[in-house]
Design a protein around this ligand. Sequence first.
Ligand SMILES: *[C@@H]1O[C@H](CO)[C@@H](O)[C@H](O)[C@H]1NC(C)=O
Ligand SMILES: *[C@@H]1O[C@H](CO)[C@@H](O)[C@H](O)[C@H]1NC(C)=O
Ligand SMILES: *[C@@H]1O[C@H](CO)[C@@H](O)[C@H](O)[C@H]1NC(C)=O
Ligand SMILES: *[C@@H]1O[C@H](CO)[C@@H](O)[C@H](O)[C@H]1NC(C)=O
Length: 408
Amino acid sequence: MSLKIVLALLTLLTKIRVQGVALNQIANASIEDIIKQIPQEDVLGPFIRALDLFLSETQRGRRAPEDNQCKTTLLKFGENELKLSMHPRGFCSYCCKLQKPSRYIRLYFFSKSTGNCTVEIKTIRKKGLLKSAGVKNNVPTVIFIHGFTEHGLGPAPLYIRDAYLSREEDYNIFLVDWGELTSAPWYPQAVTNTKFLGFVLAKFLNFYHSTGELPISNIHIVGFSLGAHAAGFIGKYLDKKMRLPRITALDPALPLFPKDDISNRLSREDADFVDVIHTDAGVFGYPISIGDTDFYPNGGSLLQPGCEVSSLAEKMYIEQLVNCGHVRAWKLYGESVRNPKAFPATKVKVAQNRSERSFKFVTGAYMGFGVNTSSARGNYFLITNQDLPYGKTAGDQETEMNTINIDS
Ligand SMILES: *[C@@H]1O[C@H](CO)[C@@H](O)[C@H](O)[C@H]1NC(C)=O
Ligand SMILES: *[C@@H]1O[C@H](CO)[C@@H](O)[C@H](O)[C@H]1NC(C)=O
Ligand SMILES: *[C@@H]1O[C@H](CO)[C@@H](O)[C@H](O)[C@H]1NC(C)=O
Ligand SMILES: *[C@@H]1O[C@H](CO)[C@@H](O)[C@H](O)[C@H]1NC(C)=O
């Protein structure tokens, strides 16, 4: 058992180390060639499974914990927050029992008119509930779903909320809180819970579509990591006649989500339009294109700029060593909400001619909020800055691509 864990950990560390491919290795490559360099294997999966087996063996034969043993704790360190619990909440034999879904799944509502004030909405079905909370049925609606170890008012959801509040138009902004179902270190249970969340939110959306309080045609779901797959499950569990217009998947989680079985992960079938931003593909993030359009900033799996150990140390962001690339996905998306043309992206070969350096950056799509949902299809590449603002103009990207030293 422990040998298995050690082996898995060693494999993992080796794989992660080779992630740091230099930009010159992606020169003279098409976006498809770049994607081919992304490790396909779920390297974390076996390690997580082994750890889970170990943890579940220590719990074997015990009764399900009492509710008072099921509290979660929030640890804050630097830019990050970590939601922890002694026991997982979910469906396993040693899990804390799931009683009413509305106790563990809630929505925080914001809009220009409710301003900074958080309106908590229970995931129950009661005609008039959304209307009385101030939800408008004639404005675009964004529903943000956080990932593993997070909670509904953590850094990522608030970042997305503030980006939408800064826009001129009015939005219904919902931040989903399912922190009790994604607490650390219980990743396999959180994976199972993505389906449960999808199911509960699908019923919620079916109902409030039928009351006219929240028409499905207004809804855009944005999910980060595990939240991206949960968004997919909402799409799968909606009434047959209903379809989500758009899902934006921010670095959808890789560990334990099967590639060959779209009924158990996010896929492009789950909404009319699915756009994906890959920032840590092959480790925490999905290594293949699973949307109508997939964006690969800086190659998608390379060490994202600014995530090098040295730059993190300089900024004292040491706690981000593990997930700097992964969390970059929501930072990029948030910037695109404030500035929809911040991220021009291209399909064209990166550097075609060594002697001439004549690479032309042809903008094929804008990544994130501003993507053209009717014309953007397939894979796109772009380069970003290492800090805010991350967006680089097409001209700057062209210059950079033409000065990459292919020979070194
Ligand atoms: C919300 O209120 C806090 C404290 O008053 C303030 O710092 C923050 O900027 C406000 N956020 C928005 C989006 O208005
Ligand atoms: C660019 O790639 C092509 C094949 O994809 C290869 O034949 C050519 O030699 C490469 N050019 C440079 C400058 O590396
Ligand atoms: C590269 O540039 C040189 C000089 O302009 C040109 O002669 C050659 O045809 C170009 N090669 C390719 C593959 O575009
Ligand atoms: C999106 O693409 C379609 C089809 O190419 C085009 O007709 C439309 O003008 C584009 N929309 C925007 C906002 O650029």
